[in-house]
Write a protein that binds this ligand. Structure first.
Ligand SMILES: [Zn+2]
Ligand SMILES: [Zn+2]
Length: 339
């Protein structure tokens, strides 16, 4: 058996290096995974740019990882060698901070985040905490399952926990890596689904993904268009643009929710009037735990929800990352190994 594996490290901000690393054995409570696929997420920017608080180099990015368990660490009883599993943004909790003690693991104050606090999936191998991995259903290929572990669980969990009811009007702002999944989830959860994006060219795709209505925000005021439909019960914003998020708040009906899942470099600018008068709410959602990931995968199998992906070999990770950052990916770049 090989004693080394290939990985793509970030060695300094913005700089990728392909390296051969020595295989490591998993510590107690961990498993070693032979990676088959890893999605390239916009949040990888936090690692590559070095902006994530506490990130150190070299670091292997990637937190949408699918692979097979190759070695099991001491004390791991739930998992077997050969099982196909995934790891998302949530790589483990410390179990001791206040949110953890209240069962709120996603908001752990010192979480393990693959690709940020530990090495992630831009590699042939990774070590994961056994308590934070998800079982992958046979119906899903590895490359198509990968984006469901971050882009998927983020939007699925957000929509299912937003207090919405079947038939409610839900708008998805932005048809990209997260948005193209959110439109499918919203439709299959039974909401009247509206896609908001810029340009007429996205209309056909939005409708194919399941949108009942498409609003071209380059052509008309999205908030006014939503109000003509009766107002939105929720608007899920996926595009990393705080100004654009603020502009659609006026499209919410009374007690409607702006659901923020895209991290934007600029603040959300919102008039206080629709917040005070009408009780509109700005809310958020952050990924999910491994059982949320398994729920996302099961729902995707049940309803035929699939990401649209561009698979590329692991060695092309720097180019795939650039394509994602440039906004050209349709819709998720996924690194695949030779298996
Ligand atoms: Zn992500
Ligand atoms: Zn904690």
């Amino acid at each position: 058996m090989d004693t080394t594996y290939k990985a793509i490290e970030v060695t300094s901000p913005g700089r990728f290096t392909a390296v051969d690393r020595l295989l490591k054995e998993p510590a107690p409570g961990q498993v070693r995974i032979r990676v088959e696929a890893c999605g390239v997420c916009h949040s990888d920017l936090a690692t590559v740019s070095g902006q994530f608080p506490g990130v150190t180099f070299p670091r292997v990015p990637g937190h949408e990882i699918i692979g097979r368990i190759e070695v099991i660490g001491e004390g791991v009883t739930k998992w077997r060698v050969g099982q196909r599993v995934g790891v998302g943004f949530f790589g483990g909790e410390d179990g001791t901070c206040e949110p953890c003690r209240r069962g709120d693991f996603v908001n752990c104050k010192s979480p393990i985040i693959p690709g940020v606090t530990v090495d992630g999936g831009y590699a042939e191998m990774m070590i994961a905490e056994a308590r934070a991995i998800a079982l992958i259903p046979d119906e899903l290929g590895s490359a198509e399952a990968a984006p469901l572990l971050c882009a998927g669980v983020t939007t699925f969990n957000c929509l299912r926990n937003a207090g919405l009811r079947p038939g409610d009007l839900v708008a998805i702002q932005g048809i990209g890596g997260l948005g193209h999944l959110a439109v499918q989830f919203a439709r299959h959860m039974g909401f009247k689904t509206v896609a908001l994006a810029r340009g007429a060219d996205k209309e056909e795709l939005a409708k194919q993904l399941g949108a009942h209505v498409y609003i071209d925000s380059a052509k008309e005021n999205a908030a006014a268009a939503l109000q003509r439909l009766g107002g939105a019960d929720a608007i899920l914003t996926t595009a990393p643009n705080g100004r654009a998020m603020g502009e659609v708040v006026g499209g919410l009906k009374e007690h409607g929710r702006l659901l923020v899942v895209g991290v934007a470099p600029d603040p959300i600018g919102v008039s206080t009037i629709p917040i005070v008068f009408g009780g509109r709410v700005i809310s958020r959602s952050l990924s999910g735990t491994s059982i949320d990931e398994e729920d996302t995968l099961a729902f995707s199998v049940l309803q035929g929800v699939r990401p649209m992906i561009e698979p590329v070999p692991l060695a092309e990770a720097p180019a795939a990352y650039e394509r994602m950052i440039s906004g050209k990916a349709r819709f998720r770049m996924v690194l695949v190994t030779g298996q």
